[in-house]
Design a protein around this ligand. Structure first.
Ligand SMILES: [Mg+2]
Length: 261
């Protein structure tokens, strides 16, 4: 019987990878992914990290498997060709232009937003190559309050949204997220949502944890409540195991009844 999962989209931190575990990506999960790839399934790591940060973490994890594709900074698409990851030039260019145009409209408000945060919290606020406003809060409770404030602001700027992951947040264009990037990759690979699995643990994964993009959904035990609820509401699988163990469990759950891997 043909494999039901032809495209596997996994978040990285907290989903696939647990920094404090040894190995940080469970061997069993690596075996499952490797077996799926051997049968033609494409694997994309769909992450908020940028290329160098992800490559460094993958290197340290000594992975036995390599992703076929990457979605980086929750929006840019790369594909493995020969020994390197090559960008999907037209998508990434459109994405870059959309953000440049959007952030021009945001830039003059950034000092006011940073001042609001600095007056109330001990947090790190800065600009990087991907957003004129980035946040690292001291704790999630602070990030929640700042997130609400940023959401209110983003409603005044058409196209603007806040991407939140744990204590981190940044601005992004509403049309570019883990979901739309997964959709574009699937379109190019000619793989339908019916044959796609997505797994994630935090708020920045919500845009891809939708049956519109992935029929099979998985959240590990450590996922935040909103992610677990979203996955359950769509008949997805919430594992009683954490991080990569939970993802291995979830993939096996969805494959169960189709084939032995
Ligand atoms: Mg994560």
């Amino acid at each position: 019987m043909a494999l039901p999962i032809k495209l596997l989209s996994t978040d990285f931190d907290g989903t696939l990878f647990a920094e404090f575990e040894n190995p940080p990506v469970p061997v069993r999960l690596q075996e499952i992914i490797g077996n799926l790839q051997a049968q033609g399934t494409k694997w994309v790591i769909n992450t908020g990290r940028d290329l160098s940060s992800l490559m460094e973490a993958i290197g340290r994890a000594h992975l036995s498997v390599k992703p076929d594709h990457l979605v980086l900074v929750e929006r840019e698409i790369y594909s493995h060709e020969e020994s390197q990851y090559v960008e999907l030039a037209d998508w990434n260019r459109d994405c870059h232009h959309a953000h440049a145009e959007l952030f021009l409209r945001v830039r003059e408000d950034v000092p006011r937003l940073m001042a609001w945060v600095n007056e109330r919290f001990r947090a790190t606020v800065y600009e990087d190559a991907y957003s004129p406003f980035c946040l690292i809060a001291e704790k999630n409770e602070h990030a929640d309050v700042i997130h609400d404030y940023l959401n209110e602001y983003s409603e005044t700027v058409p196209g603007l949204t806040v991407v939140r992951n744990d204590v981190y947040a940044r601005f992004s264009h509403i049309n570019y997220n883990k979901g739309t990037a997964l959709h574009e990759l699937a379109r190019r690979l000619k793989i339908s949502a019916e044959h796609t699995l997505a797994a994630g643990d935090h708020l920045n994964d919500l845009p891809m944890l939708m049956t519109r993009y992935a029929h099979y959904l998985v959240a590990p035990r450590n996922a935040v409540d909103r992610v677990k609820a979203t996955v359950r509401e769509q008949n997805g699988y919430v594992s009683h195991l954490s991080h990569g163990h939970g993802i291995a469990d979830g993939i096996e759950f969805h494959l169960n009844g189709f084939t032995k891997i």
